[in-house]
Design a binder for this molecule. Structure first.
Ligand code: SF4
Length: 374
């Protein structure tokens, strides 16, 4: 049942039943396969330029290990995103997706935000629909809504993220994905240079596309995290977060689900979000690299997420990316290891280069040299 149907029922004097008074969450793992990026967005503390000694690409084996750990705690998918690395051609992604699907046929790949798809389109000189077709054939299941920031080109130009994707380009990738039957999420990172009106414009553009395709499953918003970024500045308050969330709940009347961003706001504001329009606690956080690089990354494992949901008066239910209920908390069904600290993409000081990289053509001078010495 959708939020609208539940709302209509209540407005008409009905009562919600137990199955409708739930808050969902997903167990998945947020993995960043590379931090090397040519986009260089002004708000990003995560990326490293080509040739940086701190740049990394994860090997297939490292990714398999992360999937094994995810499955061990009841996880069902990878949220796979990374930098725009000129030395990873589309064949690398296809081979990775195929290898994952071969080993883990049931495991889902919520992979590659629209700017990454555009990057691959430019790198391979193929149109976006053809790139999506190739990725879908290799195993991509759904598209995460990252890289939207604020879908207003004035803002994108000021934040140096217009080059990676204009507002229209971001929306166009999602339109193509929806038309090909993929479900996607949508995001908004606010609190940089945008006006209040531009936040609304962002929501309106998402709402229009949702009216057109119905392909978005959820909306997730979070505040800009300023530490170690070129843009600098301050983080917006928790009150502003809750107001923005509540506004989104009203404006995005055709979105079934709103996620609480407890990773940037903390568990207690995350819990409060459930009274300000959110009906989902997002993902159990096993690993985080992007927000942590900018100075914030709260950690909650399944037990803590469930306690926060239940203390707020809701039943906690595990879901998949399509918001289908998978069941009750997994730790009540079997023993799972507690995750009290966030994993990172790589251990500190690990500068190893995956052996399989030598099979793929590099585009940067640095990458070409590395392949020769591998
Ligand atoms: S936000 Fe993404 S695209 Fe922009 S610099 Fe960071 S990693 Fe690159």
């Amino acid at each position: 049942m959708t939020i609208q149907q539940i709302s209509d029922k209540v407005v008409n004097g009905g009562r919600v039943n137990a199955s409708e008074a739930v808050v969902t969450y997903i167990i998945d793992r947020n993995v960043n396969y590379t931090n090397v990026c040519v986009a260089r967005c002004a708000f990003c503390a995560f990326y490293r330029p080509v040739g940086s000694p701190e740049g990394y690409v994860l090997g297939f084996d490292e990714l398999f290990r992360k999937i094994d750990e995810t499955i061990a705690v009841g996880g069902v998918q990878l949220l796979l995103q990374g930098g725009h690395n000129p030395d990873l051609p589309i064949e690398w992604y296809e081979d990775l997706f195929r290898a994952i699907k071969q080993r883990y046929p049931e495991f889902r790949l919520h992979a590659l935000s629209p700017p990454e798809v555009i990057h691959l389109s430019r790198l391979s000189q193929q149109p976006v629909p053809a790139v999506l077709d190739r990725l879908i054939a290799a195993g991509m299941d759904s598209v995460p809504g990252g890289g939207a920031e604020i879908l207003v080109d004035r803002v994108r130009k000021l934040l140096h993220c217009y080059g990676k994707a204009s507002a229209d380009e971001w929306l166009d990738v999602m339109r193509h994905a929806h038309k090909k039957g993929l479900r996607t999420t949508a995001t908004m990172m606010y609190g940089t240079v945008e006006t209040q009106e531009e936040r609304i414009e962002h929501m309106m553009r998402l709402r229009d596309l949702q009216d057109e395709t119905g392909g978005f499953t959820a909306f997730i918003t979070w505040s800009y995290q300023p530490e170690h970024t070129e843009h600098g500045g301050f983080e917006e308050t928790g009150v502003d977060y809750l107001r923005t969330l509540a506004l989104a709940r009203i404006v995005l009347d055709n979105f079934d689900n709103l996620q609480a961003s407890w990773v940037t706001q903390g568990g207690k504001v995350g819990q409060l979000s459930l009274a300000f329009g959110a009906n989902d606690m997002g993902s159990v956080m096993i690993e985080e690299n992007v927000v942590r690089a900018a100075g914030a990354a709260y950690c909650m494992d399944e037990l803590e997420i469930v306690v926060n949901i239940e203390d707020a008066g809701f039943a906690a239910k595990r879901r998949n990316m399509h918001y289908e209920i998978l069941g009750d908390p997994i730790f009540r069904e079997r023993e799972v290891p507690r995750m009290l600290a966030l994993a990172t993409a790589r251990a500190d000081g690990d500068t190893s280069i995956p052996a399989e990289l030598r099979n793929y053509e590099a585009k940067s001078r640095h990458g070409k040299q590395l392949r020769l010495t591998q």
